[in-house]
Design a binder for this molecule. Structure first.
Ligand code: NAD
Length: 269
């Protein structure tokens, strides 16, 4: 911290000695990476989990500059892999301070057609991967989470308002935001916080599978108060804030980083 006379004038975030699990990094565009990289830069010891063997090489390449960073395989729908990931965390770290949950999936067909045609199978898949996984991750993590710990998940505005084609993923995000509040209540007595970041549209692998995503990007920028889209760097900064002690009084919230899109009711200028 810098000093001017006796007054501190700069706050740096130093997370050395802290441990973090980051779930859902495919490449450098992933929102999980936007937050995970900030954690690494702040000095936290991190483990990054990947969905399957296929994603491991790219993740390891991304992590190469950060010596000592761990990886572990975990498909969030696979109970045995969740158990082995948390056993690995216990063995390597002993305890855990932070979790970044940046995982979502809905079968493409469920986002191409009409919402009314959503099959039960696609509903279950989307809700299980994109919402229930936060609950099961929190349950597995609970015995390891330190007092002052913090969990962050990623959501989207289609949980609140209709965004055509987002379909069942909008329902999954609504369940995710409600789960954030229930988890925040239950883990609050242990001084563990749980928050959701509602990010504006950003070019990632998952986003590109949303039909019409490119026109969504330009419409969102036109409508937003800041007249642009938010960036993944801005998601990273909000993530770091919500995980660190700087946000110690905030839990159960959904915080928007969307360049002021969600505050607008209409735009005609
Ligand atoms: P991404 O494709 O980079 O990341 C999604 C991750 O989810 C991938 O790493 C994928 O492997 C993982 N995943 C999917 N199914 C899984 C499973 N069964 N087990 C474990 N991991 C699984 O895309 P992203 O946009 O960075 O997505 C991260 C989060 O951000 C998601 O929750 C997404 O809904 C949310 N989000 C994205 C945007 C956007 O416009 N990109 C906006 C708001 C919210």
């Amino acid at each position: 911290m810098g000093r001017r006379g006796n007054l501190p004038y700069m706050i740096g975030i130093d997370l050395s000695g802290k441990t973090a699990l980051v779930m859902g990094v495919t490449n450098s565009y992933s929102l999980g990476w936007a937050i995970g990289e900030k954690l690494l830069q702040a000095g936290a010891k991190c483990i990054f989990s990947y969905q399957g063997e296929r994603l491991k090489p790219a993740l390891e390449k991304l992590l190469a500059p950060y010596e000592g960073t761990l990886t572990g395989q975990c498909d969030v729908t696979n109970e045995a892999e969740l158990e082995s990931l948390f056993a690995q965390i216990k063995a390597e770290f002993g305890s855990l301070d932070y979790i970044v949950h940046a995982v979502a999936y809905a079968p493409r067909a469920s986002m191409e057609g009409r919402f009314v045609d959503t099959t039960q199978e696609d509903w279950n898949t989307a809700l299980s991967v994109s919402a229930y996984s936060l609950v099961s991750v929190a349950r597995h993590a609970e015995p390891l989470l330190n007092e002052g710990g913090s969990i962050v998940t990623l959501t989207y505005y289609a949980s609140q308002k209709v965004v055509p084609k987002y379909n069942v993923m909008g329902i999954a995000k609504a369940a995710l935001e409600a789960s954030t509040r229930y988890l925040a209540y239950e883990l609050g007595s242990k001084n563990v916080r749980v928050n959701a970041i509602s990010a504006g549209p950003m070019r990632t692998v998952a986003a590109k599978s949303i039909p019409g995503f490119t026109s969504m990007l330009s419409k969102a920028a036109e409508m937003a108060a800041l007249k642009r889209n938010a960036t993944s760097e801005e998601v990273g900064k909000l993530g770091l804030f919500l995980l660190s002690d700087l946000s110690s009084g905030i839990t159960g919230e959904t915080t928007y980083v969307d360049a002021g899109y969600n505050i607008m009711g209409m735009s005609f200028e």
